[in-house]
Ligand binder design. Sequence first.
Ligand SMILES: Nc1nc2c(c(=O)[nH]1)N[C@H]1C(S)=C(S)[C@@H](COP(=O)(O)OP(=O)(O)OC[C@H]3O[C@@H](n4cnc5c(=O)[nH]c(N)nc54)[C@H](O)[C@@H]3O)O[C@H]1N2
Ligand SMILES: Nc1nc2c(c(=O)[nH]1)N[C@H]1C(S)=C(S)[C@@H](COP(=O)(O)OP(=O)(O)OC[C@H]3O[C@@H](n4cnc5c(=O)[nH]c(N)nc54)[C@H](O)[C@@H]3O)O[C@H]1N2
Ligand SMILES: [Mo]
Length: 762
Amino acid sequence: MSKQRSDKPRIKPFAGPAGGWGSVRSLAEILPRERVTPDALLQLARQNKPHGFMCTSCAWPKPADHHPAEFCEEGAKATAWELTTLRTTPEFFEQHTLTELREWKDYDLEQHGRLTHPLRYDAATDKYVACSWEEAFDAIGAALRPLDPKSVAFYSSGRTSLEASYMYGLMARMFGNQNLPDSSNMCHESTSVGLKAAIGVPVGTTRLVDFEACDAIFFFGQNVGSNAPRMLHDLRSARKRGVEIITFNPLRERGLERFTDPQNPIEMVIGGETQISSQYHQVKAGGDIAAMLGIAKFLIEWDDAALAVGDSPVLDHEFIAQHTHDFHAFADAARAAEWADIERESGLARSALEQAARVYAKAKAVLAIYGMGLTQHVKGVENVRMVVNLLLLRGNIGRPGAGPTPVRGHSNVQGQRTVGITEKTELVPVERLKELYGFDPPTEKGLDTVETCRGVIDGSVKAVIGLGGNFLRAVPETAAMEEAWPRLDLSVQIATKLNRNHLFAGKITYLLPCLGRIEEDVQASGPQAVSTEDSTSCIHGSRGKAKPAGPHLLSEPRIVAELAKRILPPNPRVDWDGWVADYSRIRDAIEATYPAIFKDYNKRLFTPGGFWKGNKAAERIWQTPSGKAEFLAPSGLSATGFADAEGRFRLMTLRSNDQFNTTIYGYHDRFRGVKGTRDVLFINREDMAVAGVSEGQTVALESDAGDGRLRRREGLIVTPYDIPRGCLGAYYPEANVLMPVEHHAEQSHVPAAKSVPVRIRV
Ligand SMILES: Nc1nc2c(c(=O)[nH]1)N[C@H]1C(S)=C(S)[C@@H](COP(=O)(O)OP(=O)(O)OC[C@H]3O[C@@H](n4cnc5c(=O)[nH]c(N)nc54)[C@H](O)[C@@H]3O)O[C@H]1N2
Ligand SMILES: Nc1nc2c(c(=O)[nH]1)N[C@H]1C(S)=C(S)[C@@H](COP(=O)(O)OP(=O)(O)OC[C@H]3O[C@@H](n4cnc5c(=O)[nH]c(N)nc54)[C@H](O)[C@@H]3O)O[C@H]1N2
Ligand SMILES: [Mo]
């Protein structure tokens, strides 16, 4: 078991900036822990550069004029994590049953190192045993072929390359379904649905250059210091130019407060730091609709007053008239909203919102940046629509320095959707696929993540294939999901490291080890490159050069091709083997399927800064039913989807600075002052008094969903914290046991992980 765990938990406020010496020290801890070789350090220099590899951590864009070391603390951790010299071999599995391993922590499972051999689960001994690739592929094919395609789900995680994703989606469709749940379903699907409806594109409209042209940034619910640290450089230069950064976050996240650039020797030595946010508003969890409506109310009422006396208007009426639809319904809703309600629901004073509105009213170009704090709510789609409402008021879409800027999660999560990982027919070029491959693509909507969970629990889903990720740990309703998983006929996971999902077997179970993106991938035609799409729709080639973790690993495209050949009838039009022999042929197929986006794909693969796939809304061409950008009056002021009640709290499930989703790098959350534990409950001191709990006491949480089902998480250490009244914080994924599967965003089905109704139990 890990040494770190045995540290006595320590929780005390952290006084330093984001970045700075703390991030250097953190690397000095992580690199030896993963026992990386000097080669791994060399790889760091190739990170995020043309002809290098694209970081496996976040999806923040990689600039063309790159820095000598274009990586951050988190990216370096992700690289070390993949290039570790530690191994989880068949001998390891000889020594441990799955029953025993289920007692292990997530950290200890992955810390054991890279998977090396294909493995079959043996129920008689309750262990994984090594098998040949042939055996695995044949057995999976034999198990899948007789199943009703509707009962099979093909999950994928957003790290998978464009090439592997395209093949995977095609395989599923040729098999007969679009059951393609993915991590995006738990993440920015609220963006994809909300932006599509509002402005006709499912993605943000901005690019890195817009940071240089904006004069205000509105920043909602994204923890930049931990989850997209390279953006700190962009924010810092904007701030130094005098750009106002107005932040809305229930927690005072250090990266949003101040930053010392670890790559700037002068700042490091003299301890210089840049203040990031010029205003910091600790909105209640689920309070952003109210906050944004409050700002809009100011703007609209100031505009009404200005027009009445013939002053220059506050809103961009020309833009509104020419480019938008339904403005008046929205404006009326803002005028009608009561300040008392706005203040109660947002947790912010009218005067604070007025300050924010003043900055907005003055700014010529506004970026609105946001993350999971907006998308993971029952009203997550309305949160996104409110961001658009705000931007439209002054024409802040489709001009330099302005626009919605969702910060995507996984490094290729946006790209997966671009090349067919989707359950929605309208996002798929059905006719083109039919023409290219001579089959009838399914048109019935497939299962998303929430629907797959329902299906696993009710037995209608009989097989789950996972291309990366940690489905069972990432989804809500942990207890019922783990209980149901063994009833699956087939469970196949393609992975680089052992995780908790792998410890739950179906009737037939395989665990298939694959190459990571940083590793050299040699096929018949030689070393291969893959590609990814970043948060700003730029597509980058990525070439792994590190020595693979073992001789038996196969690449993701190869594994998908072998599965496809086993489960599909032969089709001379799909040359799975030819694609694997030379990935540029997969890219040709992608280009043939999506010619507008991927024109000259292979030629443009290594464009510095990536090649941009274009964006109609950025050109003010609105692909909506009305042909205009859509305002939307919100249906209410709260995003939580449940009523407040005495003793009921809004639980935010959070990432620490020492994890990548379900991958736990360590037990320190430096910025929040937590050391040696993840069993923390962040709570406001006044709420502690009301709940009758004291600092350091261990309590349990129970979900308060009112559906009669007991969901409980024990052993949380009460930790007084600067957090709004009525809100709690605890770490994901350990808190997922508290999340009902039906507590998800309306329309987008993103699990509502940022406001889970819970009660404290002593
Ligand atoms: N190192 C590292 N990098 C990552 C990841 C990782 O785990 N580790 N994960 C990757 C992935 S897949 C994703 S999706 C992103 C996630 O990155 P983020 O979008 O930053 O997601 P979270 O860490 O869940 O935190 C969301 C932030 O929202 C705030 N918040 C919570 N509720 C509300 C609310 O109601 N309103 C507002 N305004 N704020 C709220 C929280 O305090 C927190 O600061 O990062 C990606 N990058
Ligand atoms: N409560 C709560 N739940 C959440 C969230 C939250 O904020 N709160 N966030 C949600 C979000 S935004 C997301 S994106 C999901 C994340 O859900 P996932 O994407 O499913 O989870 P990860 O933790 O990123 O997956 C980690 C695993 O991926 C595998 N892996 C790593 N690299 C590779 C590779 O190159 N190839 C393959 N095949 N496998 C690899 C490793 O085995 C590792 O164990 O979780 C969601 N769940
Ligand atoms: Mo995500």
